[in-house]
Structure formats: structure tokens, C-alpha cells
Ligand binder design. Structure first.
Ligand code: ZN
Length: 147
């Protein structure tokens, strides 16, 4: 994948955890009077892991947008392979349908699953099912089978 040199440099810095987070300033640079807490939520130390996956302030917006951006690319490719869509437009312009269906397959996007036991992550996206044998071909979150 082609990247701008500065993007690659930034990604490498993130992997090496040499980004100027509050945690880095306090413990690596040992800057005096530095608060190690996240500047967004103010509850956890501002480390790379917190910023990329654990900040409660970012979870409902940025993480969801990132998740859906990746999941819709997978949705489009699966839907093409299952002959559920003919749309070959760029993934940037692709909007997954909530339900796609043909004689062989049924595919869901961001559909809540009703379970006997209450689970918090009850939304499957995307979920491709073979209608003939009821097998879940792609089930990103290992959701229970539909009834
Ligand atoms: Zn935070």
C-alpha cells in the first residue's frame, strides 16, 4: 500500500510509542508538573493504547466510525462474492444495506440480535448466512445463530 512518507513515519512512531502523549511527557521526558491523564476523558493515563482503543470519550464517535469504515469494506466484498450486489463503486461511496438477500444468501449489517441471555455486544456487522444450510459464513463477532 502506498503511503505518504510522513504517514509512514507517524505510524512507525505510534508503533514505537514515541508520540507526545501526556504519559510520555511525564514518564519518558520527565517534564515537571505534567498530568499523565488523558486530555479527553481525564480518567486514565494518556498512553497510545488508551487513545487508540480505550478512551470512553472516543468510543461512541471515533472508534465507531473507524470500525464501521473497515466493516463496510468487508461487507461490500462479501456481498459482491455472494452476488448480493452488483455495485462496484469505491468503498468510500458504498453504503451497506441493512439486509441483502438472494436465493442462496442473506446478509445483515448492524442488526441487533435477540438472545436468550443478555449480552452487551449483540450487533453483528456484517453477517453473511448461507440460507440452504443456515451456516454463518462470516460472523465477525461470533454472534449466536439467528432463530
Ligand atoms: Zn481518555
Amino acid at each position: 500500500m502506498d503511503q505518504f512518507p510522513e504517514t509512514e513515519g507517524f505510524l512507525t512512531a505510534i508503533q514505537d510509542q514515541v508520540i507526545l502523549t501526556s504519559n510520555y511527557k511525564k514518564y519518558i521526558l520527565k517534564q515537571p508538573n505534567t498530568d499523565k491523564l488523558c486530555r479527553r476523558c481525564g480518567k486514565e493515563p494518556e498512553a497510545i493504547q488508551h487513545i487508540t482503543a480505550a478512551c470512553e470519550q472516543l468510543a461512541p464517535t471515533k472508534y465507531t466510525k473507524r470500525h464501521d469504515g473497515v466493516a463496510k469494506v468487508i461487507h461490500q466484498k462479501l456481498a459482491e462474492a455472494a452476488e448480493l450486489i452488483e455495485d462496484k463503486s469505491s468503498y468510500c461511496r458504498y453504503t451497506p444495506a441493512i439486509v441483502l438477500e438472494n436465493d442462496n444468501f442473506k446478509m445483515y449489517w448492524n442488526r441487533n440480535i435477540i438472545t436468550d441471555k443478555k449480552i452487551l455486544a449483540n450487533r453483528c456487522d456484517p453477517n453473511l448466512m448461507n440460507k440452504k444450510n443456515k451456516d454463518h459464513i462470516f460472523d465477525r463477532h461470533s454472534c449466536p445463530k439467528y432463530t
